[in-house]
Ligand binder design. Structure first.
Ligand code: ADP
Ligand code: ADP
Length: 560
């Protein structure tokens, strides 16, 4: 036995050889015999943003329910819960003592932002204004609406909002409330980098200026780094037990996490480390050209959104990253490649670049003749069909040892094979969709926001699966994503979109990672420095000495 359970381990978790100190003590809460146990609790601090970094299913929601006073922790004694006084005794002398006393007295109010914003339309009928006005307890709604650029959709039905709009509305709704403690379960899905940074700064402001306690779960590590004052790492066996560590400095917490080893806890949480320096910036692949496309122009009608694409080429066996703000034409470009949309003009007629080398021609000439396997941004596979049935209908490789090792295992599909697609969580559905996309036979694999809804561990695994697949199958992969670490770890080259969202966009030709990151981040006026110990890129404070220096030198990301 591993020491958690008295009898034989019901969770197959006996590989825990190195039993952490925390597990030798009583848990904070255990749901029942052989049920999930939570060890350790995060510590909300007035005026601070506290982060939790770890996988889903590790007890974060359980911890928040305890801190909100909704769940009375039983200290492992599920048969005879000892009550709040005993809990207070257990935490006497710790940082949580005062906080728990307030919870016991019913003095803590909590505002939260749910993880899956896609579900809000099922729960609310009405428009944005109606939803937000019900939450305006601090009289700050106007300010939040402007900072998060929600004004243009105030009279739009919640049903019609895009994922990125829903995310910002949900965040405004939580922050507009008057509470002692705010719990934000992911702030970045569907937001572009500019919006992510704005959201992070707004959360920080509420802590610093209003003295609020903020507790945030976030899987975009660059944003987590910018957002938090302290960080708890969560680890364990999802569904079986979870440990929330004592607070660490944000820098140490993320570095130890990436290393796969928690120093104070003397605990290995992953066999290998995640390295940035290795591919930063990755040297360009010199593969043959898979496809050249000419200048292209596409608009959705008079006065509506228009996209200009500079002609370029996609190389065989490369991972091409695609970055740019929301609403700038990335999906439109993808649909031009797949042939779902026809361009208005091609070649010199498109008037994108003067005297471009590619020959002009009629619209019909844009016959790229490519077989493309496409994973859209909003994954809509939700039939009542089993995952294994669905995937085996896509590839006859299904179940082969190669497919199991390269696709099923890194995407953690084994456990969900027998479930129905329409019963899956957002993260499970995303993993099945990535597997389906990569399993198809195609010339080009196009993944739109594969990181959405994946926890940080799953992002790492999915990133590796996609890279290995590209390398081993000589596949060419295009990845649109807003998680800058995901793009950094995945891509060989970068294609940058800029312009004015919802009005006009311009797609630059694919270029090196360094040039691409510089173009992209200079549009956003964000610079990154390198962490001395791990080479991990970290966002600079605006107008700090490094920020000014790097802007002067034009080195926004891969600064020495
Ligand atoms: P997270 O927020 O990290 O995804 P949760 O705290 O929601 O994790 O859940 C952790 C584990 O506890 C899950 O395996 C979940 O199934 C289990 N769990 C949650 N609530 C209950 C409950 N009321 N009874 C038994 N198990 C529960
Ligand atoms: P991105 O993928 O970069 O977020 P899209 O290519 O999806 O951007 O959209 C670019 C712009 O074109 C957005 O303003 C969007 O509302 C608009 N748009 C997309 N599809 C259509 C359509 N079928 N008709 C009119 N406008 C559209």
């Amino acid at each position: 036995t591993c020491g958690i359970c008295v009898e034989k381990c019901p969770f197959d978790a006996i590989e825990i050889i190195n039993l952490p100190q925390e597990l030798q003590d009583d848990p904070a809460h255990r749901y029942g015999e052989n049920a999930f146990s939570l060890y350790g609790l995060p510590v909300p601090q007035e005026g601070q943003v506290t982060g939790i970094l770890g996988p889903n299913g590790i007890g974060k929601t359980t911890a928040v329910r305890i801190l909100a006073g909704e769940l009375e922790p039983n200290l492992g004694n599920y048969g005879d819960p000892p009550g709040w006084e005993a809990v207070l005794d257990a935490y006497r002398g710790t940082e949580l003592q005062d906080y728990i006393a307030d919870v016991r007295d019913g003095d803590v109010t909590v505002a939260r932002k749910p993880q899956y914003v896609d579900q809000i339309p099922n729960q609310f009928d009405g428009n944005t204004r109606q939803l937000l006005e019900r939450t305006d307890e601090r009289g700050e709604l106007d300010y939040l609406v402007d900072r998060l650029s929600i004004r243009p959709v105030m009279d739009q039905a919640i049903d019609d909002l895009s994922g990125g709009e829903l995310q910002r509305v949900a965040l405004a709704a939580a922050l507009a409330r008057e509470a002692d403690f705010y719990f934000l379960d992911e702030i970045t899905p569907y937001l572009d980098i500019g919006q992510r940074v704005t959201a992070a700064r707004l959360v920080r402001e509420l802590a610093e200026e209003e003295g609020k306690s903020m507790l945030v779960v976030e899987h975009d590590l660059a944003i987590l780094d910018l957002l938090c004052d302290t960080l708890h790492v969560a680890y364990g066996e999802p569904g079986a037990y979870g440990v929330i560590t004592d607070p660490k400095s944000v820098r140490n917490g993320i570095n130890e996490y990436l290393k796969g080893y928690l120093e104070n806890e003397n605990m290995r949480i992953r066999p290998d480390r995640i390295e940035f320096e290795e591919h930063a910036p990755r040297t360009e692949s010199r593969g043959d050209t898979l496809v050249s496309y000419p200048d292209l122009r596409k608009s959705y009608g008079e006065g509506e959104f228009a996209l200009d694409v500079e002609g370029g080429e996609i190389r065989e066996n490369e991972v091409l990253g695609i970055v740019g703000p929301n609403g700038i034409g990335k999906s439109t470009f993808a649909k031009l490649l797949t042939g779902d949309l026809e361009p208005d003009a091609v070649g010199p007629d498109a008037g994108v670049t003067a005297g471009d080398a590619t020959e002009g021609g009629a619209i019909d000439d844009l016959d790229l003749d490519l077989d493309i396997s496409y994973k859209p941004q909003y994954v809509t596979i939700d039939q009542p069909m089993r995952v294994d049935v669905f995937l085996s209908s896509i590839t006859d490789q299904f179940g082969s040892s190669y497919w199991n090792t390269e696709i099923a295992k890194p995407l953690q599909l084994e456990r969900i094979m027998e479930q129905n697609l329409d019963d899956l969580s957002g993260g499970e559905r995303q993993r099945v969709a990535i597997a389906a996309c990569l399993s198809d036979t195609a010339d080009l694999y196009l993944l739109d926001e594969p990181s959405a809804h994946l926890d940080v561990e799953q992002r790492v695994q999915a990133t590796r699966a996609i890279r290995r697949y590209a390398e081993q199958q000589d596949a060419t992969v295009l990845v649109i994503d807003h998680d800058i670490y995901t793009i950094d770890l995945l891509a060989d080259r970068l294609m940058v979109f800029d312009g004015e969202p919802a009005a006009h966009g311009r797609a630059g030709r694919p270029q090196s990672m360094r040039g691409g990151m510089n173009d992209f981040l200079s549009n956003l006026e964000i610079t990154f420095r390198r962490d001395e110990r791990t080479q991990r890129p970290r966002i600079n404070k605006p107008d700090s000495q490094l920020d000014r220096e790097q802007k002067r030198e034009g080195e926004y990301y891969y600064a020495p």
